[in-house]
Ligand binder design. Structure first.
Ligand code: ADP
Length: 228
C-alpha cells in the first residue's frame, strides 16, 4: 500500500528533512508517526501525496510511483490520499456541508451524488445534524471531525493526518482518535503524525519513530525493531 525505499528529501536550503527512510505499510494498517519537532514527520507525509518530491529514493503509494509521477497525474494520486491537518483548514464562509461538497466539485460529479456523499461522510463522523452550520459555530473537535469527513469524501484508500489532535483538549482528542479508528475499520489505511503520548499509549497501534530525518524505531504489535 505504502512503500518507501531509501527515500530522502533535501529542501532548497540544504536541510535533509528525510534521510534514507525505508518502510512498508500494509493496506488497512493504523500507524503512528512520532518523533520530536523537526524530525521529518510532516515532510515524510508530504512525500506520500507529492506535496513534496523525494530528492533520492522511491515512494510507492497504492499503484503510483509518487517519486516519478508526471505532474498531470498527481491529482490521481491525491484522490487516493486524504489529508487532515492540525488546524483543520476549513473555509469559514461556507457551511459544514459546503466545505465537504467543495472537495467533491472538482471531480465533476452530479449535485445529487455529491449531496449523497456529503451526508454519508457526515454520518461516519457523527455530525449530520450540524451540516448547515458554519465552522466557527462548532467546537475544535467538531471542526476536526468535519475535516476528517472532507478528507474521506473522495473515498481515499489512505488517510494521512498531521497532528490532528494538536489543537484539541484531551476529551476531543480521544473522540478524534475514535473517529479515525472507525474510518480505519472500514478499510482505510491511516498514518497519523503525533506528539500526543496519552493518545499513543491509550490507543495502541504500530509506531514509527523518526529522529533527525531517519526512521529509528518501528514498534509493531508490541515488537520493537531498532532500525540501522
Ligand atoms: P516535523 O514534522 O517532525 O516537525 P518537518 O518535516 O516539518 O518535521 O521538518 C523537518 C526539517 O525540515 C526541519 O529542520 C525543518 O526546519 C525543515 N523544513 C521543513 N519544511 C521545510 C521547507 N519547506 N523548506 C526548508 N526546510 C524545511
Amino acid at each position: 500500500m505504502i512503500k518507501l525505499i531509501k527515500a530522502s528529501k533535501q529542501y532548497d536550503n540544504g536541510i535533509w528533512a528525510v534521510k534514507d527512510v525505508s518502510l512498508e505499510i500494509e493496506k488497512g494498517e493504523f500507524v503512528y508517526l512520532v518523533g520530536p519537532s523537526g524530525s521529518g514527520k510532516s515532510t515524510l507525509m508530504k512525500l506520500l501525496n507529492r506535496q513534496e518530491k523525494v530528492t533520492n529514493g522511491q515512494v510507492i503509494v497504492d499503484q503510483f510511483l509518487a517519486h516519478d509521477l508526471p505532474e498531470k497525474k498527481v491529482h490521481l494520486l491525491r484522490r487516493q490520499v486524504g489529508v487532515v491537518f492540525q488546524d483543520f483548514k476549513l473555509l469559514n464562509q461556507y457551511t459544514v456541508a459546503e466545505n465537504i461538497a467543495y472537495a467533491l466539485e472538482v471531480t465533476g460529479e452530479s449535485k445529487k451524488k455529491i449531496n449523497k456523499r456529503v451526508l454519508e461522510v457526515l454520518e461516519i463522523v457523527g455530525l449530520k445534524s450540524k451540516m448547515h452550520q458554519l465552522p466557527s459555530e462548532l467546537s475544535g473537535g467538531e471542526q476536526q471531525r468535519v475535516s476528517i469527513a472532507r478528507a474521506l469524501a473522495n473515498r481515499p484508500k489512505i488517510l494521512v493526518a498531521d497532528e490532528p489532535t494538536g489543537n484539541l483538549d484531551p476529551t476531543s482528542a480521544v473522540i478524534i482518535l475514535r473517529a479515525l479508528e472507525k474510518v480505519n475499520r472500514s478499510g482505510v489505511t491511516i498514518l497519523m503524525g503525533t506528539h500526543n503520548d496519552n493518545i499513543v499509549n491509550s490507543h495502541p497501534h504500530r509506531i514509527l519513530q523518526m529522529h533527525q530525518g531517519k526512521l529509528v524505531r518501528d514498534i509493531q504489535r508490541g515488537v520493537r525493531n531498532e532500525m540501522d
